[in-house]
Design a protein around this ligand. Structure first.
Ligand SMILES: [Mg+2]
Length: 228
């Protein structure tokens, strides 16, 4: 396929000035190709593996202590699926990732992350490369789908508290998105949980970081790392 997806040098965001020519996309910012998305999902799978114990610890405080194990199992399946038959567009990478998470992760996080990534992947369509602005728009669409599925909104102490500000900040930069996700996850500590298992605890949910917001910060943090 012609275009930046076949051009390994253009896989990193914002530094492909050496590649001016016939294969430069019309939108010169559209440098995030399938290879970039594959590297992002690989970095995320490694981060989830590394942080699984911490995610489970957070879930033990206000949930059922399975978030780390669930996410690790899901992303191991994602790594296997993407390694076996790597999709050749950004949208297809996210949609396959979402499908694997839905089919392998128990509890609420599989359907929620699956919905986020499938909806974002659908929003990217079948373009060979997308811009940061297009990804920001896609993540906004995915985050809105998560909010509908969970019947939740920002401030309810869920993954949305990291994802919503991150998707908005991605309009500005990858670094701003990462900071927004980390700040958003930290902001869940004093919140009262209004959705999910943690809401059963009522006031006792206060004082703990939401595990879904913590794993969402890994999603956005590894995006920023991949774009460096
Ligand atoms: Mg759990």
């Amino acid at each position: 396929m012609p275009g930046p997806a076949g051009d390994g040098g253009a896989a990193s965001a914002g530094r492909d000035d050496a590649h001016k020519g016939a294969d430069v996309p019309r939108d010169a910012d559209a440098v995030l190709d399938a290879e970039f998305f594959l590297r992002w999902m690989d970095a995320l799978a490694r981060a989830v593996d590394r942080e699984a114990a911490r995610l489970t610890e957070l879930d033990a405080a206000i949930g059922d202590a399975d978030h780390g194990a669930n996410m690790r199992r899901g992303f191991a399946a994602v790594t296997a699926a993407l390694g076996k038959d790597a999709p050749d567009t950004p949208g297809a990478v996210l949609m396959l990732t979402g499908r694997r998470l839905i089919s392998t992760v128990g509890g609420a996080s599989g359907p929620l992350y699956g919905t986020l990534l499938r909806r974002a992947g659908k929003a990217l369509g079948d373009e060979a490369a997308v811009s940061r602005a297009q990804l920001a728009e896609a993540l906004r669409a995915g985050t809105a789908a998560v909010a509908r599925l969970g019947g939740a909104k920002a401030g309810d102490k869920t993954m949305l508290d990291a994802l919503e500000p991150a998707a908005a900040a991605l309009e500005e930069s990858f670094a701003a998105a990462r900071q927004a996700a980390e700040d958003g996850a930290a902001a869940t500590v004093p919140m009262l949980a209004r959705k999910g298992r943690a809401s059963y605890l009522g006031e006792r949910s206060i004082g703990h970081r939401d595990p879904g917001a913590a794993s969402s910060a890994l999603l956005i943090g590894t995006l920023e790392e991949t774009a460096r």
